[in-house]
Structure formats: structure tokens, C-alpha cells
Ligand binder design. Structure first.
Ligand code: BGC
Length: 474
């Protein structure tokens, strides 16, 4: 008994010491830097002559009338005990009715002063049934593109922004490698249709977030929590990206097309900086969330692991720098807590001690600087393809914009090759699991009348664009 007590005592002392020594080392080598915003004059900015000043949207979130994809079904598939998937059991329905009102929306963009616009094409609209392409839908997007060009707004197409046609899901969707052929047929067709008018293309929006949310954490469709499937879907999306990139390079008549990879950048820090297991959890979380994919583009090797549970590796050297630009979607930074009982060993929470947006996300503008610094090593130009704030009362939007554009200006001053900034979002929209309550728009949308009203806070963005009007990209 006495001996056991001794072992227990010295064992615990050793573990405590180990925890202490390792966290001291990590606290020194991996700081969580904060800028002192009270001392920063955010009006001291400068931007190049040629810069993409944009706003971003996605089809499902604004177009309306999309009843043929996985999200339409997801809204109608309650969780256990009948709990709805979407806040207040909202349905996307007509969203911001942009499919009808797109001509007016292009006018709003032009009046605002944007020279760039990023939007997604809805696959389920273009190809409502397998192999049947809807020419009317194609002409709709052609008209949108032509109007943008006529208004001197550079279009950027996103081929996939979270939604899949129902027929594709029924065939096994992203879980099956052979289904990449369907994706490639759609992607190729879009490039053939629009390559003469559109220079900027992106394949998948946030193809790190999609597998994590859909197949590991289960909040997005298909709601699975299976590490192996998550990694398999990640692999297929990486393959889909690389194949699309190589194919577009081959098909490009002008060789001027810019094909990018867009990821959600969410750096993770341990919630308790003096607990080694929180550090380990943050390390694995960040790898699973984004770092493994970024490494794939640097080395051709994708490797994810949950210690003692599972691991997955995929290698393809064609993946190395398979992009003309790296798209950063940046909103916040998170904290990670170790949890032995969670299937992933961790859960994410918001960084304590920072002001929060309506999404509950910590406002950490300097994180954009650190992200660009970190990912500049990929060796390709960077575009900030999304950054924005949910702020229904419009009380923090102006400051949010000032701070983020100040950070952007500092990034450029430091010499990083960043080509543009797209505010999320042009309009209020359907915020996935959160429904309509979260208001990201430069323009407020009245969901009864669909009237658009420019928000006061958005004028900060307009002010900077007027001061440094830039030119689009091509
Ligand atoms: C997505 C958008 C979304 C935004 C705010 C991004 O991750 O691309 O579709 O609305 O974040 O949550």
C-alpha cells in the first residue's frame, strides 16, 4: 500500500513536471500574439493600383429556388427527437431572390465601387438530372457574367460551394472515387462555356471544411462521424481539385486563366496554455481541419491522424502547387480543449477574451496577417477570397472593416503577394445551419420585400475602394 502510494506520488510529480516543462517551451516558441489596437491608426493604409476589390456570395445562400440539392434535403431531415437541423427550422426557399434580381444586384455592386465579384455556379441547376445540362441555366450565368464585365467587375467563378445535386448524392457522392468523372464532366463543361469571359476560377469553396463538417463532425450533410470516410472524401476532393486544375490548364486557350484553391483558414490554439493535452489537441485539430491539406499542396502528401484511433495517407505529386492562387477565407481563430470522450479527442470553442461577432466568433484581425505569412511559403499569389462579419445591428461592421483592411495593408507593406480582397458577403443571406438571422451583407436584405439597403458600416469599405480604386485583375 505504502509502495503504491509512493509510485502514485512520484508518477504524478513526474507528469506534472513534464507538463510544466513542455508547456513553458511551447508558450515561448508558439506565442499567441495580439496587436494593441488602441495604439493603431487604422486610417494609415495604402493599396496598389491593381487590386481586386470584391464581394463574395454563393448560389444556395442568395439565389433562391434551389430544390434539387443535398442542402434542400438536409433542411428537411430533422436530427434525433425531431430537433431541426437549421436554426428556427428555417428553409432557404427564395433566399435573397438573387436569381430574379441579379441585374439590380450587379448595379448595386457597380454603384458601390466593387471591381470584382466572386459567386458560385449551382451544379444542381446546371445539371438537374445526371447528364442533362440545362441551357437556360447556363445562359442565366452567361448573362450575369456579361453584365459584370460591362460594369467593369471582374467575375470569379466558384464551381462548388457546399451543395451537391441530389442525383450525385444518390450515386454515393464524394465517398466514391468513380464519381469524380461526373464532377469533371460538369467542371469541363463550365470551363468550355465561360473560359472566354472568365479569368478567375476556383474549384471547391473550403474543401477542408466540407469533409470535416459533413463526415467527421456531422453538422453538414450527410451528417456522418466517421474518420475514415472523412479522410476519403478529403482525398477525393483533393483529386477533384488537381484534376480540374490540370484540365483547365490544358483547355485554356489564352493560358491566362487563374485557377485557385480556396480553404477555410482557422488556426487553433490550446484553450489552456498550461495543459499539454490541450496543446496536443490543438495540434491534431489544426492538422485535420486544414494543415494536412495545405501540406498536400506543398509536398504532394496528405496525412491525417487521430492518435491511437486511425490514420490516413494519400500521395500525389501532381498536387504540389496545383493552383495559380491560394484563396484564404479568414474569419477568426479558435481555441481547442482536450476531451477524452469526444470521438476526435477535442472540441473547439471561441478564443476567450476577444470581442465577438453575432456568430460568436472572436474578432482577431491580426490573424489574417499571420495566416498570409504562414501560407506565403506555398509560393503562389494569395487572394483573400472571404472575410466579413455577422452584425445584425451594424454596430461593429465599420470597425471590423477598418481593422481587417489595415491588416491587409500591412501585409502588402511587408511585401506579400496578395492580389485581392473579397468581403463576405455582398448581401444578407442564408447562413447554413444558422438560417437567416446572421447578417453578413454589405447590403441589408428585407426578406419580405427583397429590398436591398446599403448598411452604414459598409461605407468604410466603400471609402477605401474610392480612395484606392484599383483595377480588376485581367
Ligand atoms: C463560407 C460561407 C459562409 C461564411 C460565414 C464561409 O466559411 O464559405 O458560405 O456563409 O463562411 O459562415
Amino acid at each position: 500500500m505504502k509502495k503504491r502510494g509512493k509510485i502514485l506520488f512520484w508518477g504524478s510529480a513526474f507528469l506534472l513536471l513534464l507538463n510544466f516543462a513542455s508547456t513553458i517551451y511551447l508558450n515561448i516558441t508558439v506565442p499567441n500574439p495580439e496587436w494593441d489596437w488602441s495604439r493603431i491608426d487604422t486610417s494609415k493604409v495604402s493599396f496598389p493600383d491593381k487590386f481586386l476589390w470584391g464581394a463574395a456570395t454563393s448560389a444556395y445562400q442568395i439565389e433562391g429556388g434551389l430544390y434539387n440539392n443535398n442542402w434542400y434535403l438536409w433542411e428537411r431531415t430533422p436530427q434525433r427527437f425531431g430537433v431541426p437541423r437549421i436554426a428556427r427550422d428555417e428553409k432557404c426557399g427564395l433566399a435573397a431572390n438573387h436569381y430574379e434580381l441579379y441585374k439590380e444586384d450587379v448595379k448595386l455592386m457597380a454603384e458601390f465601387g466593387l471591381n470584382a465579384y466572386r459567386f458560385s455556379i449551382e451544379w444542381s441547376r446546371i445539371e438537374p438530372r445526371e447528364g442533362e445540362f440545362d441551357q437556360k441555366a447556363i445562359e442565366h450565368y452567361r448573362d450575369l457574367i456579361r453584365r459584370l464585365k460591362a460594369a467593369k467587375i471582374e467575375p470569379m467563378i466558384t464551381l462548388h460551394h457546399f451543395t451537391d445535386p441530389i442525383w450525385f448524392v444518390d450515386l454515393g457522392g464524394w465517398e466514391k472515387e468513380q464519381n469524380l468523372a461526373y464532377w469533371m464532366r460538369y467542371a469541363r463543361r463550365m470551363f468550355q462555356e465561360f473560359q472566354s469571359e472568365v479569368t478567375y476560377w476556383s474549384t471547391f469553396n473550403e474543401f477542408n471544411l466540407v469533409p470535416v463538417s459533413g463526415w467527421l463532425e456531422g453538422g453538414f450533410p450527410p451528417g456522418k462521424t466517421d474518420f475514415h470516410l472523412f479522410a476519403t472524401v478529403s482525398k477525393h476532393m483533393l483529386m477533384g481539385h488537381v484534376q480540374t486544375y490540370l484540365e483547365f490548364k490544358k483547355l485554356s486557350r489564352t493560358k491566362k486563366h487563374q485557377v485557385g484553391a480556396i480553404l477555410a483558414i482557422l488556426e487553433a490554439r490550446p484553450y489552456n496554455r498550461w495543459f499539454i493535452l490541450d496543446w496536443l489537441a490543438a495540434y491534431y485539430e489544426e492538422r485535420i481541419w486544414m494543415q494536412a491539406m495545405i501540406e498536400f499542396f506543398a509536398t504532394g502528401r496528405y496525412h491525417v491522424k487521430l492518435p491511437f484511433r486511425d490514420s490516413f495517407t494519400y500521395t500525389d505529386t501532381d498536387g504540389i502547387r496545383a493552383m495559380d492562387f491560394f484563396g484564404i477565407n479568414y474569419y477568426t481563430r479558435t481555441a481547442v480543449v482536450f476531451n477524452f470522450f469526444s470521438p476526435t479527442f477535442y472540441y473547439r470553442i471561441q478564443l476567450p477574451g476577444f470581442p465577438k461577432t453575432d456568430m460568436g466568433w472572436a474578432i482577431y484581425p491580426e490573424g489574417l496577417y499571420f495566416a498570409v505569412k504562414r501560407y506565403a511559403s506555398l509560393g503562389v499569389p494569395i487572394i483573400i477570397t472571404e472575410s466579413g462579419v455577422a452584425d445584425a445591428t451594424d454596430t461593429i461592421r465599420a470597425r471590423f472593416i477598418q481593422q481587417h483592411l489595415y491588416v491587409l495593408s500591412e501585409i502588402l507593406r511587408a511585401g506579400y503577394d496578395v492580389r485581392g480582397f473579397y468581403y463576405w458577403s455582398l448581401l444578407d443571406n442564408f447562413e447554413w445551419l444558422e438560417g437567416f438571422e446572421k447578417r453578413f451583407g454589405l447590403f441589408e436584405v428585407d426578406y419580405k420585400t427583397f429590398k436591398r439597403t446599403l448598411r452604414e458600416g459598409s461605407k468604410e469599405y466603400q471609402k477605401i475602394i474610392r480612395q484606392f480604386p484599383g483595377r480588376g485583375g485581367s
